[in-house]
Design a protein around this ligand. Sequence first.
Ligand SMILES: [Fe+2]
Ligand SMILES: [Fe+2]
Length: 198
Amino acid sequence: MMYDYALMKGELAKILSHKRYEHSLNVAQSAYELALKYDENCEKAYVCGLLHDICKELPFKQQKQMALSSGYHLSFEEICSKSLWHAVAGAYYAAKKYNIADEDMLNAIRYHTIAREKMSRLEEIIYLADLISADRKYKDVNRIRKLAFSDLQLAMREALRFTLTNVSDNCVYLPLCSVQAYNQYVFMCSDRNKEQEE
Ligand SMILES: [Fe+2]
Ligand SMILES: [Fe+2]
């Protein structure tokens, strides 16, 4: 499938603030590079990067409405946290507005905020791209950026650790699927170390 990047960028420029527009381009760029590195479809990764936050600046009422009509199951924690609605709404929007029917792409947008167990390669790429994009400035960003291109599992564990730490610092609900994802990568990384030790 051919994707019309210019059309998407034009719309993003219209409905997002300059800052978030730049962020979306940066995430798309990082996603493209990660896809290249890990043999994933670069075009799909780029499009998911562009669209992942497309609903983020819509009024919450509208985000909620879209999330609820998306057909995706929303967990209790997601319903309670406004800041998570844009991901579900975004997947719905991508399907409706751009006729994206690729489940993997829609899931990558849908789970870019909370992650989940058994993420696909594309889902991992979008999750990480969002955290390592050029505009990100938190303390550990360079370390996670490097890891993203050298060790995908370890990068996911560290990215989730970073996110979960922030979420718990703010004393809001920890989405269960984020904790399950984190545990999965802890398990995968420790299991690997064991193999190396043997
Ligand atoms: Fe987002
Ligand atoms: Fe984002």
